[in-house]
Write a protein that binds this ligand. Structure first.
Ligand code: SF4
Length: 252
């Protein structure tokens, strides 16, 4: 019966089936967790293992059966339950994923990440009108990493419906931003850009400017000052950022 059990000492476990594989898994897992663990591919775009699931891109749609009832759900935030049956590659699921990636392709036609995923799903063009300008797909990765990992909460969603946007409160550069750049790092559409010039780091499209810290030996700017302050304070790293990494390692 049980093909695989991926935690030895599971307290709360449930029996499920994914693509015909019978499994015993922890009840705290999501369908996506289990699929990743056993090597079944489910596409994702707004998912990051380090962050809470958000289920906005709807690329991870799967077909499930519970108590004989069929539903289409997002695998990233659907918790497993006893008797759950999951099918990851049905015709309906594949069709819906293709429509979703076409919508995202229209919103962010220049995103390499979206183009690559579309290619993987067998989509080379979108039938929807390509949007120009703002390429944000509202995946929320930037705001979630800012809140959940960096602890700054400098950006968030605001407005509703088709006016919904992401950015600092009221669209004004936020005092809470420490210029770490994690938002730009996770953005799948390159909507967020980091520019460094004249001793400043500028985060676009929000026009946030933070001062960069100068190495006391070589004089190069190497870390945003507010980020250095936060790290020194939170981790007790007094004077950790006096010198740039090169000078610190004697290679400057
Ligand atoms: S700016 Fe980028 S990371 Fe943030 S919601 Fe838009 S697409 Fe996602």
């Amino acid at each position: 019966m049980q093909e695989r059990c991926y935690y030895d000492k599971m307290k709360d476990k449930v029996e499920i089936k994914i693509d015909g594989k019978e499994l015993i898994v922890p009840s705290s897992a999501t369908i996506l967790d289990v699929a990743n663990e056993i090597g079944i591919y489910i596409p994702t775009l707004c998912h990051n293992d380090a962050l809470k699931p958000y289920a906005s891109c709807r690329m991870c749609l799967v077909e499930i059966y519970t108590n004989g009832r069929k539903r289409i759900v997002t695998a990233c935030n659907y918790k497993v339950e006893n008797g759950l049956e999951v099918y990851t590659t049905t015709k309906e699921v594949e069709k819906l994923r293709k429509i979703n990636i076409e919508i995202l392709l229209a919103k962010a036609p220049d995103s390499k990440k979206i183009q690559d995923l579309a290619f993987k799903l067998g989509v080379s063009e979108t039938r929807f009108k390509k949007e120009k300008g703002n390429s944000c797909i509202l995946c929320g990765l930037c705001a979630r990493i800012c809140e959940e990992i960096v602890g700054a909460s400098a950006i968030n969603f605001y407005d509703r419906g088709n006016k919904r946007k992401i950015g600092p409160p009221f669209g004004e550069p936020s005092e809470d931003c420490i210029g770490c750049g994690m938002c730009a790092y996770v953005c799948p559409t390159n909507t967020i850009e980091i520019i460094e010039k004249d001793g400043k780091r500028i985060i676009e499209p929000w026009g946030k400017e933070v001062k960069m810290k100068k190495c006391e030996k070589c004089g190069n700017y190497f870390i945003p000052q507010p980020l250095a302050n936060k790290l020194e304070k939170e981790f007790g790293l007094k004077d950790a950022f006096k010198y740039c990494p090169k000078c610190k390692n004697g290679k400057g």
